[in-house]
Design a protein around this ligand. Sequence first.
Ligand SMILES: [Zn+2]
Length: 218
Amino acid sequence: MRIVLFGPPGVGKGTQAELLADRYHLIKFSMGDMLRQEVAVNSSVGRRAEPFLKAGHLVPDNIIFDMVNNFLIEYQNQDILFDGFPRNLNQARTLEQSLAQLSQKIDIALELYLPDQEIIKRLENRRYCPSCGRIYNCLTDPPKIKGVCDECGKKLIKREDDQESVIRRRLEVYEQETRPLTEYYKELNVYKKIDASVTKEQIFKKISEIINGYTDKK
Ligand SMILES: [Zn+2]
């Protein structure tokens, strides 16, 4: 089983990816983790990617795909969850071609969906403890005392990338780059839209039903 999980920033994608990987014993493919790991073990792909990462540039697609192909071959007999990858149509098409060479394909593409206004509200209300790194949300997951970390009593701060202008920019990039995956996966008959406005338990239940339905059919 090959599952793609995508969605705009702030919908709780990371949380669902963790829950899914645990429940279904999926090998998680996350681009950021993967790149860091390749650099850490000093692999040939890692050595090619390192200068781009150090300069804060995007790693070129040809390097990304060498890495993806190595991963697909290494884990060809296990179930995989692609977390935040592919990010655009070109990556989605190339991924499908690479899988086809192994007689595989994406079986389910899940999009976590929230209206932009709701995403902005959530991210604007996110607070972060500079001391222990714990993340709170004033609306959905507030600390016991307003503005103060439960763990260490430090004053909570708002991160710069949670400012409204930055959030709007990230949502625009998502709209342009990633949203076209919706149509792409619809055409492949694997697309499922998930309402992310409910609790994380309810989201997970919905996703589990989809996956169980798929495995029952097989
Ligand atoms: Zn703290």
